[in-house]
Each structure stands twice: as structure tokens, then as C-alpha cells.
Design a protein. Structure first.
Length: 205
């Protein structure tokens, strides 16, 4: 898996270490240039909190819910997102390194310019999410649900979409010769886009 260079992580001014915030509710709180280390956010109820240029290291997001929250230009390192849910959240420009995403569910929101190179996204669910110019090269997305995604400009080289539900997603930037698409689910219009990308001359009968 590609790793994020520490020198590219946001420079922070404050550190929060070892706190247990699991099961708490946080509403409209704001954090900027803060590093969170070994923090437990299991079952956190996040309503509209905003994190800007923050770093999360070994943070547990397990079973947490985030609604209308923002993680802007943040870095997530070795974090766990088991059964976490993000609804209408913004993660613009954020990056993920060595994180786990089992049963992650994302509904709506803007994940444009997010860095997920080599991420293991198998079995996750992303629905109606804006992911323009997202870095997904080498990502493992087998069995995932990637429905209604705006993937325009996304980096998809060497990604594995085996058995992935891609219905309704923008595949205009997908090079079918550089990804694994076996058993992926698409609609007819997407099949035409893929065929044309392979150099076929698709015509009506």
C-alpha cells in the first residue's frame, strides 16, 4: 500500500492524546491544526463537527456516526473505521494511510481530492458521493458498493473492482485495461463507456 509522506501531513499546534470519547455526542465543535493520538471515538455521535488540517493517529472511529461533519485537509494514519457511518460529510483533500475500513458506510457528501491509494475498501459502501480527482490507485474494492459516485478525474490505475457494484457511477476516467473488473455490476450505458474505452466502435443495432 502506498504510504503518505509524513512531511506532507498538516503541521499542527495542539495534541490530544489517549482520551476516551467513546459513546459521547459532539455537536458543531471545531478543531484546527490538532493532532489526535490513541484517541477512542468508538460510537461517537458527531453532529456537524469540523476538523481542519488535523492529524489522526491510531484513532478508533469504530461504530461512530458523522452527519454534516467536515474533515478538511486532514491526515488519518493507522485509524480504524469499523462500521463507521459518514452522511453528507466533507473530507476534501484528506488522506488515509494504513487505515482499516471494514463495513464503512458513506452516504452523500464530498470526498473530492481524497487520497486512498492502496486502501482495502472491500465490502464498504459509498453511495451518491462526490469523489472528483480522488486517489484510488491500487485500491482493493472487491464486493464494495460504489453507486452513484462522481469519479471524474479520479486515479483508478491498478484498482480491483472485482464484484463491485458500480451502477450509476461516472466511469469516464476508467481505463479498463489497467483495472480488474471481473463480475463488476454496471448498467448498459456504463458498459458502452467501457467498451468504447477498449477501442470498440459501439453502434445501435
Amino acid at each position: 500500500m502506498a504510504e503518505r509522506n509524513d512531511k506532507r501531513q498538516p503541521s499542527t499546534d495542539t495534541i490530544v492524546r489517549g482520551e476516551d470519547l467513546g459513546g459521547t455526542k459532539r455537536s458543531r465543535e471545531s478543531y484546527s491544526r490538532t493532532t489526535f493520538v490513541d484517541v477512542d471515538l468508538t460510537e461517537l455521535d458527531d453532529d456537524g463537527c469540523e476538523f481542519s488540517e488535523c492529524v489522526f493517529r491510531n484513532v478508533k472511529f469504530n461504530a461512530s456516526t458523522h452527519v454534516d461533519a467536515a474533515f478538511l485537509n486532514c491526515a488519518f494514519v493507522a485509524c480504524a473505521f469499523f462500521d463507521a457511518t459518514f452522511t453528507n460529510c466533507k473530507l476534501l483533500g484528506s488522506t488515509f494511510d494504513r487505515c482499516t475500513f471494514n463495513l464503512l458506510k458513506v452516504r452523500g457528501g464530498d470526498w473530492s481530492f481524497v487520497g486512498l491509494p492502496g486502501a482495502d475498501l472491500r465490502g464498504t459502501s459509498f453511495v451518491d458521493v462526490r469523489m472528483r480527482e480522488c486517489e484510488l490507485s491500487g485500491a482493493r474494492c472487491g464486493g464494495a458498493s460504489f453507486r452513484g459516485l462522481d469519479l471524474s478525474g479520479a486515479s483508478l490505475s491498478k484498482a480491483d473492482f472485482t464484484g463491485c457494484d458500480l451502477r450509476g457511477s461516472d466511469l469516464s476516467n476508467l481505463d479498463p485495461t489497467s483495472v480488474e473488473l471481473r463480475d463488476a455490476i454496471v448498467v448498459y450505458e456504463q458498459a458502452v463507456v467501457i467498451a468504447e474505452a477498449l477501442g470498440l466502435d459501439v453502434r445501435p443495432s
